[in-house]
Design a protein around this ligand. Structure first.
Ligand SMILES: [Zn+2]
Length: 248
C-alpha cells in the first residue's frame, strides 16, 4: 500500500522513525509532504535513508505570510538537486483566512509553474477555495492529487478531466460522512488514492488518536465496503493509481 499524503516528520510525531520502520516491515510506502524548506530538507534526508519514503516538497498555505521569493528559489534548488516525487503540499485555504488570499495564490501559481517546468505531479490542498483552485490549475499543464477532497462530485469530475486523482482519508470512516460516502460510490476506482494525512484525521477505530500510515488499511476497508468490492482489489487498484501518477 502507498499512503499518498502524510506528514510523518520529527516536528509532528515523536515516534516518526519507528513508524517509518514498522511500515517498511509491513510493505507500506508513504509520500511524506513538506510545508516549508526545513521540513522539505528533512523529508529528502528520510527518502535517502528509507526506501519506503517518497518526498513531496512544497511551501504550504499555513505559513504563507512568512515566505518570500527566496523560499521559492531554495525550493527550486532542492527540486533540481534531488529526486523528488511531487510538489506538495500546496494550495489555497480560505477557511483559516482569506486576508492573505493574493499571496496564497501567488505561491500556488509559482509552484504550479515549477511542477510544469520539472514535469512533477502536485499534491493540492483546497479548503473553501475549490473554484479558485480549479481556475488556477487549469492554466498549467500539471497532474496530481486533490488531497483530502471534500468538494462536490461535479467538481471532482472536473478535476479528474484535468488529470487529477481524488485523495480519500480517515473522515470517510466517520459515521456522519454521508457526502463522502456518496462521492466514493460515484467515483471510478481508477481515480481514487488512499492517504492518511498523518498525524491528523485518524480513521475509525482509532479516531482521536495520533494517526499513522499503519491506519491506511481502515480507509481501504471502508472504500471496499462502499464500492462492494474486495479490500484486496481496492489496495491493488489504488496502489496502481499511485504508482502511475507519482511515477513510483
Ligand atoms: Zn497534509
Amino acid at each position: 500500500m502507498i499512503d499518498t499524503h502524510c506528514h510523518v516528520l520529527k516536528e509532528e510525531m515523536d515516534n516518526y522513525i519507528d513508524i517509518i520502520e514498522e511500515c517498511k516491515n509491513k510493505d507500506i510506502s508513504m509520500i511524506i509532504n513538506g510545508y516549508d524548506n526545513k521540513s522539505n530538507k528533512e523529508i529528502i534526508d528520510l527518502a535517502n535513508k528509507y526506501s519506503n519514503v517518497y518526498p513531496a516538497i512544497g511551501l504550504n498555505y499555513d505559513q504563507i505570510d512568512s515566505f518570500n521569493d527566496k523560499d521559492l528559489e531554495e525550493l527550486e534548488e532542492l527540486i533540481k538537486s534531488n529526486k523528488i516525487t511531487a510538489i506538495g503540499e500546496i494550495g489555497l485555504d480560505y477557511y483559516w483566512t482569506k486576508e492573505n488570499k493574493d499571496k496564497q495564490i501567488y505561491f500556488f501559481e509559482k509552484q504550479l509553474a515549477l511542477a510544469e517546468k520539472y514535469n512533477l505531479p502536485v499534491i493540492v490542498h483546497s479548503r473553501k477555495a475549490s473554484q479558485d483552485v480549479f481556475d488556477i490549475i487549469k492554466k498549467y499543464k500539471v497532474k496530481g492529487s486533490m488531497h483530502c477532497y471534500a468538494g462536490s462530485l461535479e467538481m471532482a469530475k472536473e478535476f479528474i478531466k484535468l488529470g487529477f486523482k481524488i485523495g480519500v482519508d480517515g473522515p470517510i470512516t466517520y459515521s456522519n460522512n454521508v457526502k463522502g460516502v456518496e462521492l466514493i460510490k460515484e467515483l471510478p476506482i481508477e481515480s481514487i488514492l488512499l492517504e492518511t494525512d498523518s498525524p491528523y484525521l485518524s480513521p475509525e477505530p482509532n479516531r482521536g488518536k495520533q494517526n499513522s500510515p499503519l491506519n491506511l488499511i481502515y480507509i481501504a476497508e471502508k472504500v471496499a465496503d462502499i464500492k462492494g468490492i474486495s479490500v484486496d482489489e481496492v489496495i491493488e487498484k489504488t496502489t496502481e493509481n499511485a504508482k502511475e501518477l507519482f511515477n513510483i
